[in-house]
Design a protein. Structure first.
Length: 166
């Protein structure tokens, strides 16, 4: 009698456990066809920096000449507000500032910008965005306490990363 009871429950529990196990989904992120892997995005960014030039020199050499050397071993990916993957490649770090190369690849074409963060004495952060050619695109102050960005007007004087460029 106990044996029949045990077998009956065993035949009910085992299929139930198998069913529950088969329904379990792993938390593996899916990669859609239009998303590239991080390594392929890094390869596209490296290739782009080799092809572009400033003053007849490859962009990578121009960046290195002003102390901005990409650290390809510490590349991070982020998702921006438009749901695009952004590569953040560290360039330079000092006591008060951090510079990074941000790359968004759209349809195989990389769009690069250099982002520089400088912490002020009042704990606000000065954000500067430069094109790869060194032109200041956008600047402003970010207040971490209020989480607000206040864009500054760019002065008519041409500001650039590269010395000797007008």
């Amino acid at each position: 009698m106990k044996e029949k009871f045990l077998l009956k429950h065993l035949f009910l529990i085992v299929p139930l456990m198998l069913f529950l196990h088969s329904c379990k989904k792993d938390n593996v992120p899916e990669v859609t066809k239009d998303q590239n892997s991080t390594q392929s995005l890094v390869d596209i960014a490296k290739s782009s920096l080799e092809k572009q030039s400033v003053g007849g020199r490859p962009m990578i050499s121009s960046l290195k000449s002003i102390g901005l050397t990409p650290d390809w071993s510490k590349v991070k990916t982020r998702i921006n507000s438009k749901n695009k993957t952004v590569l953040a490649i560290p360039l330079e770090r000092t006591i008060n500032s951090v510079s990074e190369l941000n790359v968004i690849v759209t349809n195989g074409i990389p769009n690069e910008v250099i982002k520089k963060y400088t912490v002020s004495e009042d704990n606000t952060i000065l954000l500067e965005f430069y094109s790869l050619q060194g032109k200041l695109l956008k600047t402003g102050r970010y207040n971490p306490a209020t989480k607000k960005f206040f864009e500054s007007k760019i002065s008519p004087v041409k500001l650039g990363l590269y010395e000797g460029e007008t």
